[in-house]
Design a protein around this ligand. Structure first.
Ligand code: HEC
Length: 120
């Protein structure tokens, strides 16, 4: 009787341990867009605005974050921006070991969104 009970307990525990990360993964795969942009905004203010205030670029003026420049320089997709941010380029350092992949994706989404709205 106690044996059966501990088996049931073990199965229930295993089920729970598997269930938590699975449901969490589902949430992580479909984050709320507004929450992502809010995170992206925070990351931007903290890590990017020093050089890219209002979508500009104080180091290399032509390499700014306005829609036109992003298109011209081939960094007008989420993937391209995320890659540049995580690996760095020229005088811009890499953020791959300072920001999490989720933060990098969020800040990239924020940059695209702001570029689409002309940084207003
Ligand atoms: C120290 C200043 C500095 C900081 C801080 C910085 N960048 Fe940059 N960024 C640059 C420079 C310089 C370039 C131009 C790189 C090149 O192509 O030579 C650049 C280029 C870019 C580009 C490509 C723009 C284009 O038109 O080609 C994007 C997108 C970008 N940065 C996003 C970010 C984001 C997002 C952050 C914060 C996580 C960030 N940068 C932080 C200096 C900076």
């Amino acid at each position: 009787m106690t044996r059966l009970f501990s088996w049931l307990l073990a199965i229930a525990l295993a089920g729970f341990v598997l269930w938590v990360p699975l449901t969490h993964a589902a949430y992580a795969a479909e984050p709320d867009a507004a929450a992502t942009l809010a995170t992206g905004h925070q990351v931007f203010e903290l890590h990017c605005a020093g050089c890219h205030l209002n979508g500009g670029n104080i180091v290399r003026r032509g390499k700014n974050l306005k829609q036109k420049a992003l298109e011209k320089n081939g960094v007008d997709t989420l993937g391209a921006i995320a890659q540049l941010v995580s690996q760095g380029k020229g005088n811009m350092s890499a953020y791959g070991d300072r920001l999490t992949p989720a933060q990098i994706e969020a800040v990239s989404a924020f940059v695209l969104e702001q570029a689409a709205n002309d940084w207003r």
